[in-house]
Structure formats: structure tokens, C-alpha cells
Design a protein around this ligand. Structure first.
Ligand code: ZN
Length: 390
């Protein structure tokens, strides 16, 4: 599983100027299709041959790239590829080798840069919320957890209920009438609901779930929702109707996946709208890649929204942190700029470094036109004339 520590280790890696090879690959779920993976890897790695053989790199850098090609090439022939996506980061000259299983497929890509290309990996990670799922019935409840497409059973809660046999016995022995039996049944159901809520509250206190979903019989869901305290109620992103007695893992996964997908796309649209609104109200905001790069250079970005899958070549100053689209020398400190195949990757890392947040937007929003927008912590001064020649 992809953790914050792993990402931290990779993003803080210092190659001391040596090239880092980053490879992303889709690994098919069907084992029969896996045979093609090796061929794909070979052709991706072949694109690096000119670097490893030509004279664009110095001797040490060439040696390092050759080592990376060999190591990644070997890794894909081994049997430990997990379905979904794989990311490989290698810089053999500076002792970096990481292979990361990603919970979903990513487009096949290879990138050589002085820093590991982490953005596709970050995009995958911010897709995933930890979701709690409750399948509730009058006396039973199933708790499930969905994270990174993995569905795990968390707990099963069973409480006392009136059985048909005990109903007639109770009616016979205590002389209960129908309404009393019903009332007793409802009382037990309420008690059960309170039990489930207590368990959910414990999970919430431990920050186990970001969001909640509730499934069950249509007539029981509203009653259960009424028992949730406000704090938990606000985390419920949707409900679905299933028969708790017959529902299986596959149904829970697809119902929960559908609700989560809808919730995430809605949230993305809302965030894009908020930033555009800030800009319209002349509050601190950056619209478009150049403005976002400048704001990022000033450590002013609070929340950055980037179109998922977009790649923009550019330049970065490793001395002062200035980011731009082109140039030879830094307009701020005059240092020599590093050319980068994806300057958005540098921007994302800079924002995270300054404790800002980054969201990769998959939904179709006006962001497809702007590529990057941001809400800022403070207004930034206009950018000095951008240098395009050295
Ligand atoms: Zn600089």
C-alpha cells in the first residue's frame, strides 16, 4: 500500500545532479495479458538508449542510466507485479531504487529528470479516501472499509431481536398484543442502531474513515440515519439499497465505488468553482500555469488544483525555487535553470513542501482549459519580465 512515508522518501531524494529514471506502467489484472508487460517495458526503456549511449550526458550519468535500464528491465520479468499500476524510480549512481504498486492503472510513461517524477503517483493517492460502509439491518450490521480499491471487512455486530418463535411464546406467556410486540421489536432495533452508532463513533474518533456510506433495506435506512449524531451524519456521502442477508462483497464494492466516484467528482467541481469565484472577486488566486508557477515560486499557494494527466515542460531554479516555462538563467537570482519535462511536477512538490494542498482533478470542469489554478495565502506582486533567453 502506498503510504505518505514512501512518498516522502522518494520526493526528498537528492540525486546530486544525476538523472533519475521514473517509469510508470499499467499491469493488467488478467494473468494472460501479463506476458505483454515485459515487451512494453522493453520498448519504454529503449527510449532511454540514446541517453545511455549518446553524448548528451557525462560518463557517470550515462553509467547510472544504463544501470537503471538494467534494473527496471529485470524487475518487470519477475513475478511480483501486482495488478493496477507500477511505478519504478531508479538512479543507480546515487543508490535509489524503488518499485511501488499503485492501486489503479496509470498510463505507461518513462521520464528522465534530476528528480523522481512523482506526480502520477500523488494523483493516484489523492484519489483515494478512506471510506466506511455500514450495511444495516434491524439486528445485524456489517462494517466494511474501502481504501485504495481494497474492500476489507471491519466488523459484524449482532444484537438481540424478536424471533417468530419467541414472539408467539412471548405473546402466549405475557399476553402481548400485536402493537406491543411491534413496539418491543422497534425498541430492540433502536438499541441495535445505537450500538452501531457507538462503534462508528469510535472509528470516527480514531480517524478511520473520511466518509461513510449506508446500505440496507429501503425502509430501514432513514431510521438508521436519524440515529447518527450530526458529526457522523455529515460524513455520509450516500446510501444504497441492498438486502443485508444476501449482499456480497462484489455488490458492496460496486455500490460503494459508484457513490465514492460521484462524491469525488462533485467535490472536484466544487473546488474548481471556489477558486474561480475567488479570482472573480479579486481575492488572492492564480489562474493558469504561468500564474500558478509564479505563485508557487513565492510559496503563496494554499490549494493547487491540477488537471489530471496534464504535462507541461518548463524550467526550475534549484537555487531559489523559481519556476517558469522557459529560460536559461533565473530572473530572480541569475542561477542557471534546470530544464524539466514536467514543471507541474516541480510545482506540486513545492506546494506540498510549503504545507499547501494539491488536488488532481479528473472531472470535466473549466480546469481543462486553465490546466492549473490555485487559491493563494496572500496576494503576490506581478511577475518580473519573464526571461526567455540566457
Ligand atoms: Zn533562482
Amino acid at each position: 500500500m502506498l503510504t505518505a512515508e514512501t512518498i516522502d522518501r522518494i520526493t526528498h531524494f537528492d540525486s546530486h545532479g544525476l538523472p533519475v529514471v521514473s517509469v510508470y506502467m499499467e499491469i493488467p489484472v488478467d494473468v494472460k495479458d501479463r506476458a505483454a508487460v515485459h515487451g512494453k517495458a522493453v520498448s519504454l526503456l529503449q527510449r532511454l538508449e540514446p541517453l545511455a549511449e549518446g553524448d548528451t550526458l557525462d560518463h557517470d550519468a550515462q553509467q547510472s542510466v544504463r544501470g537503471d535500464i538494467r534494473r527496471i528491465g529485470e524487475a518487470v520479468t519477475e513475478e511480483r507485479l501486482t495488478p493496477g499500476g507500477m511505478a519504478f524510480f531508479s538512479c543507480s549512481g546515487a543508490d535509489l531504487y524503488e518499485e511501488i504498486a499503485l492501486p489503479r492503472a496509470v498510463p505507461d510513461r518513462v521520464m528522465v529528470d534530476e528528480t523522481p517524477w512523482v506526480r502520477p503517483m500523488l494523483a493516484v493517492l489523492d484519489e483515494y479516501l478512506r471510506a466506511g460502509i455500514v450495511i444495516v439491518d434491524r439486528a445485524d450490521a456489517q462494517l466494511w472499509e474501502l481504501y485504495q480499491d481494497e474492500l476489507a471487512e471491519d466488523a459484524r455486530l449482532t444484537d438481540r431481536k424478536l424471533r417468530t418463535t419467541s414472539l408467539s411464546a412471548a405473546a402466549g406467556w405475557r399476553g402481548w398484543r400485536e402493537p406491543e410486540i411491534q413496539r418491543k421489536g422497534n425498541e430492540l432495533a433502536k438499541k441495535h442502531f445505537r450500538h452501531v452508532v457507538d462503534v462508528l463513533q469510535d472509528r470516527a474518533d480514531d480517524h478511520r474513515y473520511d466518509v461513510l456510506m449506508v446500505g440496507g433495506h429501503a425502509e430501514q435506512i432513514p431510521g438508521f440515519l436519524d440515529h447518527l449524531p450530526r458529526e457522523l451524519r455529515e460524513r455520509v456521502i450516500g446510501t444504497f439499497v441492498v438486502d443485508p442477508d444476501t449482499v456480497d462483497r462484489g455488490v458492496i464494492r460496486s455500490e460503494a465505488g459508484r457513490l465514492l466516484e460521484r462524491y469525488q467528482r462533485d467535490r472536484e467541481r466544487q473546488r474548481v468553482a471556489e477558486v474561480l469565484e475567488r479570482a472573480a472577486e479579486h481575492k488572492p488566486a492564480a489562474i493558469g500555469v504561468p500564474e500558478c508557477l509564479w505563485a508557487g515560486s513565492m510559496a503563496a499557494v494554499q490549494t493547487l488544483l491540477v488537471q489530471d494527466g496534464a504535462v507541461v515542460p518548463g524550467v526550475a531554479c534549484d537555487n531559489c525555487g523559481w519556476l517558469g516555462l522557459a529560460g536559461e538563467a533565473c530572473p530572480v537570482c541569475s542561477s542557471r535553470l534546470r530544464q524539466t519535462p514536467d514543471v507541474l511536477d516541480d510545482l506540486v512538490q513545492a506546494v506540498i513542501e510549503e504545507s499547501g494542498t494539491v488536488e488532481h482533478v479528473v472531472a470535466d470542469t473549466p480546469l481543462t482549459e486553465h490546466v492549473a489554478i490555485a487559491s493563494l495565502r496572500f496576494p503576490v506582486p506581478p511577475e518580473p519580465e519573464r526571461t526567455t533567453s540566457g
